[in-house]
Design a protein around this ligand. Sequence first.
Ligand code: SAM
Length: 184
Amino acid sequence: MKYIIEQFGKVYKWHLIEYVHISKIVGKGNLIFTNTSSRQLEPLGKIDKKSIAQLGFSDVCILDPASNKTLSPEDCKRFKYLVFGGILGDYPPRERTKELLTGKMPEAETRNLGKEQMPTDNAVYAAKLIAEGKPFEEIEFIDNIEINIQKGLSVQLPFRYVKVNGKPLVSEKLVEFLKKRRTI
Ligand SMILES: C[S@@+](CC[C@H](N)C(=O)[O-])C[C@H]1O[C@@H](n2cnc3c(N)ncnc32)[C@H](O)[C@@H]1O
C-alpha cells in the first residue's frame, strides 16, 4: 500500500512534525507527497508537484471523515493508494477534506475512519492497521487529549488519537514543539 498526502499550501512546522512521524510509520518508500514542491519533505518520501487529481492513478481511495463508508481490510485488498489531506485539524471541523480533496476528485472512492477528526499521522496509523487486516471496530481510540507543557499549564487537543500501549499516539517531537511554540 502507498500512502499519499495531498498538501494544501505552505508546510507549517506542525505539518512537518506529523510528516516525520508518518514517514516512520509507513516507511519512506511507501509515502508520496503530492501538490507540493517543498524540499523539506525530500527526506521523508517521494514528492510530486502535481495534485493527486492530475496524476491519473487508479485504485485510489480518499480518507475523508465525511464519507459514508468506513475503510475495511477487504477494501484495502483493492486499493493501491490511500490518500489523506495534509490539512491541520480545525475545531469545530468544517469538512475541509470533503471541500478541498474529495471535491476535486468526484469519481474517486472515499472511506472514513469513523466520524471523529484525527490528526493526519493518526489517520495514517489507523488506516495502516486496517490495511494490515485489523477491522476498524477493533481499533481503540482516545478522544480530546490534554498535554502538560509546564507545571500548571496544559494544552487541549480536541481530536481523536489511536490508543497505543494504553496511551494516545502523539510523537515526542510534537510534545517538544508544544512546549516551545509561540505560533503554529
Ligand atoms: C486533521 S484531518 C483534517 C480534517 C478536516 N478538519 C475535515 O473536517 O475534513 C487531516 C486528514 O486526516 C484524515 N482523517 C482524519 N480523520 C479522519 C476520519 N475520521 N476519517 C477519514 N479520514 C480522516 C483525512 O484524510 C484528513 O484530510
